[in-house]
Every structure is written in structure tokens, then in C-alpha cells.
Design a protein around this ligand. Structure first.
Ligand SMILES: NC(=O)C1=CN([C@@H]2O[C@H](COP(=O)(O)OP(=O)(O)OC[C@H]3O[C@@H](n4cnc5c(N)ncnc54)[C@H](OP(=O)(O)O)[C@@H]3O)[C@@H](O)[C@H]2O)C=CC1
Ligand SMILES: CC(=O)N[C@@H](CCC(=O)OP(=O)(O)O)C(=O)O
Length: 344
């Protein structure tokens, strides 16, 4: 049994982590923090958890956190990088759900996150926590950068094609839709029901901070410079990411060969479900579960369309963080992650 802490327990990903970790057989959640709710019972703020925990929120204190085995940061960008050096020095392993350690280049971080990186020396130590691609690196690391939600859906969708060197480098498009919980729990006018329901809006079209993250990972696996036009949209739903990915093959291949490529690439991956060729995964089929469902299309010879759906709070955040925890401790990767998606 290990003892873990969650920093940022009142946010959507923090409380989702708690939901997943409470039944985890190898984990005791010892600390869950909130600056605003310190001293309050967690199930007071989140009544769905009544009967499942007696935890109270505590203030963020380095002293409480230093005795733990693992700390999850479910905080806005900028928090983990401030606290990481001291915690790592105390022997704690960190899984950071924010973007602080996702980009390998501190200058790129400053450009997209509009703040200087306070712990650039730690960047080379961080592993990128997408186990389907970087499992071996994660296993040996003490600092895991959990990927962004859009990058998870996009990277898993493009990866088999890029690893096999089948895609033309130019012209990759990731047209993505997200539920409103992707923006976090902090109140913002554009996210209230009358503003976000019954409407679809694109945003960040000229440049979103997930673009450099997606491009860095895809370039790494392709072994070449990959550029993607990434266009996110806000959808009138709570959970879910749907990515429609477009790429051109160097030369047309049969639908069967395309399907085989993905089926074989993910055959041993418990959290990637490759649907039969030509199907249409929907976000409804992944809600609450740590799964990415993928389907392939070739509308014209050489034009590939990959559809990829995840729950942004699970495979896009908290579920992936638990998967990374399982990798770190060499436990079965699906430990504590057997949730069946919600119906309907
Ligand atoms: N929502 C999503 O779908 C995804 C989110 N992420 C990333 O995960 C992280 C958390 O996201 P999300 O849960 O949506 O965010 P929320 O805004 O819902 O929650 C943020 C949490 O962080 C705490 N917090 C805020 N500032 C500080 C601080 N300075 N020090 C300590 N705690 C702080 C808040 O609690 P309090 O103010 O009470 O301390 C709150 O519990 C973000 O970096 C986000 O980008 C990644 C993938 C998907
Ligand atoms: C719908 C929505 O607003 N989604 C967020 C992305 C989700 C997220 O939290 O990603 P990071 O961890 O990289 O910040 C956005 O577009 O900013």
C-alpha cells in the first residue's frame, strides 16, 4: 500500500482522481488539498462521494506532502514547477496533470504559457506520461508529465501511421471538440449554461497551447519535424473529446492493411479500442472510463481520416494519471481502472 496526495482536490481532475483512487487496492489517499476549502469534508463539497471517504481538505503544506510516496498535481500551470524541486529532493514521486513538464524546451513553455519556467533543470528528468508510447521511460522516472487531453486523443490517433512512416509530413489536421469540463471548475462567463449550451464555438484557431505539445510528441515518434493544424471547439456537453484527424498517405493502401496496422499496434493496449473499419466512435461510449476508441476511414485513396474519442477527465487526465501510477510501480496497468463507460 502506498500513500498518495492530491494537490488541487476541488477541481474536476482532482476529484476525478479521488473517485478513481479510493477503490484502488494499492493506494491510500492520505492528503487532498484545497486552499479555499481547507478543513471541510470532501463529501460535503462532492456529495456523490458520501459513504466512500471521510477525508477532509487540507491546506497546501510542503511538510504534509513530503512524507508521501506519490503526489498528483491537479493544479493550474505554474504550481507543480514551483513545488517539484523540494518534493523530488524529499524522495516523493510526482505525477503532474498540468502542462509544467510536458514541453521539453523551457523557451517554448514561456512562449505558450506566458510565464518563465521556474524549474527548467527538471525538464530533462520528466517523462511524457502517455504509456502507449513511452511506457519504458515512465517506468524509470520520478516526474511524470501527464499529457493534455487534446494531445492524448490526437497522438493516439496519429501515432501508428507516423511510427510506420506512412504519412506525408505536411497537411496534418486535428479538428477537435471538447466538453465544457475541459476548461476546469473555475467559473467563467463563457462556460455558464446559457452561454455554452445550444452552440458550438471554435477557439484558439490561430494557435492553442496544445499545438506545440502535439507537434513535439508527433515529431518525436516520426523522427521528423511534424506540423499539425489543430482546431479545438467547445461543445455543449460536460465530458468528452472527439478528434477528427486528417492525413495523406505517401501512397494509397487497402482499408484492410490500414485497419491491420492499428489493430496490431494497439493489440496489447488495454485502454485503446480499435473499432471495426468505418465505424464512428462517440464520446458517449467512453464517459467515465479510461479508454480511447479509434476508428479509421479512407474516403478517397490515400486520404485517411482517424476518429478518436476519449473522456477528457479520464483517459485525458485522471485515468491516465492512475495508469501512469500503475506503470511507475509495475502494477498491472488496469489496476483500479476497470470502470465500464456510463450508460447512456
Ligand atoms: N479539465 C480537464 O479536462 C483537464 C485538465 N488538465 C489540467 O489539469 C489541471 C487541473 O485542471 P482542472 O481540474 O480542470 O482545474 P480546476 O480549475 O477545476 O481545479 C484546479 C484546482 O487547483 C487548485 N489550485 C488552484 N491554484 C492553486 C495554487 N496556486 N496552489 C494549489 N492549488 C491550487 C484549486 O483549488 P483551491 O483553489 O481550492 O486550492 C482546484 O482544486 C490543469 O493544469 C489543467 O490544465 C489536463 C487535462 C484535462
Ligand atoms: C474546453 C477547454 O477549455 N479545454 C482546455 C484544455 C484542457 C486542459 O486543461 O488542458 P491543459 O492541461 O493543457 O491545460 C483549453 O482549451 O484550454
Amino acid at each position: 500500500m502506498i500513500r498518495v496526495g492530491i494537490v488541487g482536490g476541488t477541481g474536476y481532475t482532482g476529484v476525478e482522481l479521488l473517485r478513481l483512487l479510493l477503490p484502488h487496492p494499492e493506494v491510500e489517499v492520505a492528503v487532498i488539498t484545497s486552499r479555499g476549502e481547507a478543513g471541510q469534508r470532501v463529501d460535503g463539497l462532492f456529495p456523490s462521494l458520501r459513504g466512500h471517504t471521510d477525508l477532509k481538505f487540507s491546506a497546501v503544506s510542503g511538510k504534509d506532502l513530503q512524507g508521501l510516496d506519490v503526489i498528483f498535481f491537479a493544479t493550474p500551470h505554474g504550481v507543480a514547477m514551483e513545488m517539484a524541486p523540494e518534493l523530488l529532493a524529499a524522495g516523493v514521486r510526482l505525477i503532474d496533470l498540468s502542462a509544467d513538464f510536458r514541453l521539453s524546451d523551457a523557451a517554448l513553455f514561456a512562449e505558450w504559457y506566458h510565464q518563465e519556467h521556474s524549474s527548467p533543470a527538471l525538464l530533462p528528468q520528466a517523462s511524457y506520461g502517455l504509456p502507449e508510447l513511452f511506457r519504458d521511460e515512465i517506468r524509470g522516472s520520478r516526474l511524470v508529465a501527464n499529457p493534455g487531453c487534446y494531445p492524448t486523443a490526437v497522438t493516439l490517433g496519429f501515432a501508428p501511421l507516423l511510427e510506420a512512416g506512412l504519412l506525408e509530413a505536411g497537411g496534418l489536421i486535428a479538428d477537435c471538440k471538447s466538453g465544457v469540463s475541459g476548461a476546469g471548475r473555475t467559473a467563467r462567463l463563457g462556460l455558464i449554461l446559457p452561454e455554452s449550451a445550444d452552440s458550438v464555438t471554435a477557439y484558439g484557431v490561430s494557435g492553442h497551447r496544445h499545438r506545440p505539445e502535439i507537434e513535439e510528441t508527433l515529431s518525436r515518434i516520426a523522427g521528423a519535424d511534424i506540423q499539425v493544424q489543430f482546431t479545438p471547439h467547445l461543445m455543449p456537453m460536460i465530458r468528452g473529446i472527439h478528434a477528427t484527424l486528417y492525413g495523406r498517405l505517401h501512397k494509397p493502401m487497402s482499408n484492410e492493411a490500414l485497419q491491420d496496422l492499428f489493430a496490431q499496434r494497439y493489440a496489447q493496449e488495454p485502454f485503446v479500442d480499435v473499432l471495426p473499419f468505418g465505424e464512428h466512435p462517440s464520446t458517449r461510449t467512453v464517459r467515465g472510463a479510461n479508454v480511447c476508441r479509434i476508428a479509421l476511414h479512407q474516403p478517397r485513396p490515400g486520404q485517411v481520416v482517424v476518429l478518436s474519442a476519449i473522456d477528457n477527465l479520464v483517459k485525458g487526465a485522471a485515468g491516465q494519471a492512475v495508469q501512469n501510477l500503475n506503470v511507475l510501480f509495475a502494477w498491472p496497468e488496469n489496476l483500479g481502472l476497470a470502470q465500464i463507460p456510463l450508460l447512456p
